[in-house]
Design a protein around this ligand. Structure first.
Ligand SMILES: Nc1nc2c(ncn2[C@@H]2O[C@H](COP(=O)(O)OP(=O)(O)OP(=O)(O)O)[C@@H](O)[C@H]2O)c(=O)[nH]1
Ligand SMILES: [Zn+2]
Length: 189
C-alpha cells in the first residue's frame, strides 16, 4: 500500500478513535492508527484484483481422480460492517488432460479471494471461477464454513453460528457419486 493510502487510513482511524470518545493522544494508543493501516494493508491486500496469477501449471501423464485440499483456514472482512468472518474452505477438482497446479497454490488462491471486503458467497464463487479459468478441469467443488463476527458480537448477537456455502461446477454438479464423495470426505451431507 502506498503512503497516500496508508495516510488516509491513519487519519480515518484517528477520527474513529476520537468519535467513539477515546483520546487519540493517549500514550498507549498513539501508534494505533499506524498499526491499523499496516494491518489493513495485509488484510485487504487483494482488493480489486480480478485474477489470481501466482501459479504454474504442471502436466502429468495420467489423470488423477478428485484432488481435495481440505480445511484450509481463511480470514476475511464482511463488506457490510468491516468485521471479520473466518472459517475453513474445502477445494476439490478433477483434472482434465493431466493439467494440475502446485498444491500450495490452492490455499494461496483462498487468500487471494479472502483478502478483500467480501461476503461468503462471493469468496466461494471467486475461488471456483478462478480455478475454472486456470485449469478448465472436469469438475470443481468449493465449500466454506464460517463464523461471522457481525452476527456474533453485534446485531443479532448469536454466538457460534456456522454459515455453509458451496459451489459445484462440471462433474461435481452432474455426477452425484462424485459430489457425495466430496461431501462425505468433507463431513457435509
Ligand atoms: N449473505 C451474506 N450476508 C452477510 C454476510 N456477512 C454479513 N451478512 C449480512 O449482511 C446483512 C447486512 O444487512 P443490513 O440490514 O444492511 O445491516 P444491519 O442493519 O447491520 O443488519 P443486522 O446485522 O441484522 O443488524 C446482515 O443481515 C448480515 O448478517 C455474508 O457473507 N453473506
Ligand atoms: Zn457484516
Amino acid at each position: 500500500m502506498n503512503k497516500e493510502n496508508s495516510d488516509k487510513i491513519e487519519n480515518a482511524v484517528h477520527n474513529i478513535i476520537e468519535a467513539i470518545g477515546d483520546d487519540p493522544n493517549r500514550q498507549s494508543i498513539q501508534e494505533t492508527p499506524a498499526r491499523v493501516a499496516s494491518a489493513y494493508a495485509e488484510i485487504f491486500s487483494e482488493t480489486g484484483k480480478k485474477h489470481f496469477h501466482d501459479y504454474k501449471i504442471f502436466n502429468v501423464a495420467e489423470n488423477a481422480g478428485m484432488v481435495l485440499v481440505q480445511d484450509i483456514p481463511f480470514y476475511s472482512m464482511c463488506e457490510h460492517h468491516l468485521l471479520p468472518f473466518f472459517g475453513t474452505v474445502n477445494v476439490a477438482y478433477v483434472p482434465q488432460n493431466g493439467k494440475i497446479i502446485g498444491l500450495s497454490k490452492i490455499p494461496r488462491l483462498v487468500d487471494f479471494a479472502a483478502h478483500r471486503p467480501s461476503v461468503q458467497e462471493n469468496i466461494t464463487v471467486l475461488i471456483a471461477n478462478e480455478l475454472q479459468r486456470i485449469l478448465n478441469p472436469k469438475g470443481i467443488a468449493v465449500s466454506i464454513s464460517a463464523r461471522h463476527m457481525c452476527m456474533e458480537m453485534r446485531g443479532i448477537n448469536k454466538s457460534g453460528l456456522f454459515t455453509y456455502t458451496n459451489k459445484f461446477l462440471g462433474q461435481f454438479s452432474t455426477d452425484q457419486e462424485l459430489k457425495n464423495e466430496f461431501l462425505q470426505q468433507t463431513h457435509q451431507r
